[in-house]
Design a protein around this ligand. Structure first.
Ligand SMILES: C[S@@+](CC[C@H](N)C(=O)[O-])C[C@H]1O[C@@H](n2cnc3c(N)ncnc32)[C@H](O)[C@@H]1O
Length: 232
């Protein structure tokens, strides 16, 4: 709350209002986008590969947090893997997306708890696995840096954070010539994923173990972060 009594923490942030609300606040477009075929098309056929990369980091019965709703079957795949004794909290700042996820999954996966909340508000509990799926590239640098550090502070002992997002394409990847102008026009914060490693935003990077895998000529990445075990 601020001094005016308005809960600013749950307002749609300017970066989203400016570049993404045309989609995220539009029920009809969201319904169209919520198709695995379309998501596959938009990821050059890598939609299922990226979902699998995410799901293989999860164990049944874990307590999971995902920052931001996604389109297609990514959330269902995570919930399926967690199983009926797992828990999946999804936080999303958009009322339209929060409602869409609740309506879509309330009977199928009661273990999903979709909360309308800014991912930058620190959760009150710790999680075994935290998933940040294709969200960082939508955020300006200060927001991204804050979110990355916050998520790393929310791991339960032995837990991990999984980032799936864009990566700087290999020099020989011809698709970079399509993606670059597209990003400049429609996703102005995405190019920073090419310029700065996620790790470089972390204040105490030495405290963590980092495992990065890239896909599709380095166009996409999975970064798995765990806290280093102390020996004494
Ligand atoms: C996670 S990204 C994924 C979109 C991507 N096209 C996909 O489906 O793979 C988009 C979601 O993140 C949400 N979001 C953006 N900024 C947020 C924030 N600060 N806190 C919580 N949710 C946020 C948006 O409302 C949107 O529903």
């Amino acid at each position: 709350m601020n001094t005016t009594g308005i809960n600013t923490s749950s307002r749609i942030p300017p970066y989203q209002r400016e570049y993404c609300s045309w989609l995220y606040e539009n029920k009809i477009l969201s319904k169209i986008w919520d198709s695995d075929c379309l998501q596959s098309l938009m990821t050059f056929g890598n939609h299922k590969k990226l979902i699998n990369a995410c799901v293989e980091e999860i164990y049944p019965h874990q307590k999971a947090l995902q920052t931001g709703a996604t389109f297609g079957s990514q959330i269902a795949a995570v919930a399926e893997r967690l199983g009926i004794y797992g828990e999946l909290d999804i936080v999303d700042i958009s009322p339209t997306q929060t409602r869409r996820i609740r309506n879509k999954y309330r009977f199928l996966y009661p273990s999903i708890n979709c909360i309308k909340k800014d991912a930058l508000d620190k959760p009150t509990r710790k999680y075994d696995i935290i998933i940040c799926y294709m969200l960082l590239h939508e955020m300006p640098i200060p927001t991204k840096a804050k979110l990355i550090n916050l998520l790393l502070s929310c791991m339960a002992p032995g837990g991990k954070v999984v980032f799936i997002d864009y990566h700087k394409p290999a020099w020989w990847n011809p698709l970079k010539w399509i993606i670059k102008p597209f990003n400049r026009l429609y996703q102005p914060f995405a190019e920073n994923m090419w310029q700065t490693e996620i790790k470089d935003f972390v204040v105490n990077g030495g405290q963590f173990e980092w495992k990065k895998i890239t896909y599709f000529g380095k166009m996409y990445q999975k970064l798995v972060v765990k806290r280093k075990e102390t020996l004494y």
